[in-house]
Ligand binder design. Structure first.
Ligand SMILES: Nc1ncnc2c1ncn2[C@@H]1O[C@H](COP(=O)(O)OP(=O)(O)OP(=O)(O)O)[C@@H](O)[C@H]1O
Length: 228
């Protein structure tokens, strides 16, 4: 599903964020991505969503090299990726419903289908009934879950999450991880960047580890990857 071959990223100014990174996330796999602050986790996710471009190497999704994809094709590529951001990226002047509906509106779904799917996604994250609320009326954890509902509402084949449990208490964190498992069971590939080693330890998934931009663990696919 996702393949990195000798991928490096140097930011303008010379900051080396990733160095010769190799890994393969299989179709239907769920894995964690961990490492110290500044190790390069967010950068790695940004290369997959083409928010940033690799300086060297090959980044491929389903065999297609995306490192050099034309800017006009990037929105099509992103439709297949649900992205959960560290700081939610919600539209603060729009209701919960409008925030979650956004990917479906962009894709041109009918109003009836949008209502049905948004209700389903909000139900999955435990926010059913809060459709008309503005994000400011919600707690940090609830806002995070609105971001998760928005990422899963169009049932993307790939879900990327950057610290998805950062604002959540242990019980809610576990609930969100279980939700990712449900999506993974239905075929979604999931990559979760997190500092939460306790959470990782409780779930038996492959863990890719970055240290100062280098992949120092988890690159090799194990036959038990994805087993619980
Ligand atoms: N836009 C940018 N311009 C220059 N340097 C950047 C930029 N974004 C990130 N970096 C640098 O690249 C390195 C990797 O950053 P990145 O955000 O990928 O790390 P991270 O592992 O996600 O960290 P955290 O866990 O703190 O979010 C850091 O040294 C950071 O300062």
């Amino acid at each position: 599903m996702i393949q990195f071959e000798q991928v490096s990223k140097v930011y303008p100014g010379g900051q080396k964020a990733l160095l010769d990174v190799n890994f393969h996330l299989r179709q239907g796999e769920m894995a964690f991505l961990t490492g110290h602050s500044g190790a390069g986790k967010s950068t790695l996710l940004k290369l997959i969503t083409v928010i940033e471009r690799a300086t060297a190497g090959r980044v491929a999704i389903n065999g297609h090299d995306i490192a050099h994809v034309k800017a006009k094709h990037v929105p099509y590529l992103r439709r297949n990726i649900g992205m959960i951001f560290q700081n939610h990226h919600l539209l603060m002047d729009k209701s919960v419903f409008d925030n979650v509906a956004l990917p479906l509106v962009i894709e041109g779904f009918t109003h009836g289908e949008i209502k049905k799917r948004v209700a389903g996604a909000l139900d999955m994250v435990g926010l059913y009934g809060k459709e008309r609320h503005l994000p400011v009326m919600l707690s940090g954890g609830e806002q995070q879950r609105v971001g998760i509902a928005r990422a899963i509402v169009n049932k993307p084949p790939l879900l990327l999450a950057d610290e998805p449990t950062g604002n959540l208490d242990p019980k809610l964190s576990m609930d969100i991880l279980r939700l990712f498992e449900v999506l993974n069971d239905s075929g979604t590939s999931v990559l979760i960047a997190t500092h939460d080693l306790g959470l990782i330890a409780r779930m038996k998934y492959r863990t890719l580890t970055l240290k100062q931009g280098q992949m120092v663990g988890g690159q090799l696919e194990s036959t038990s990857a994805g087993a619980r």
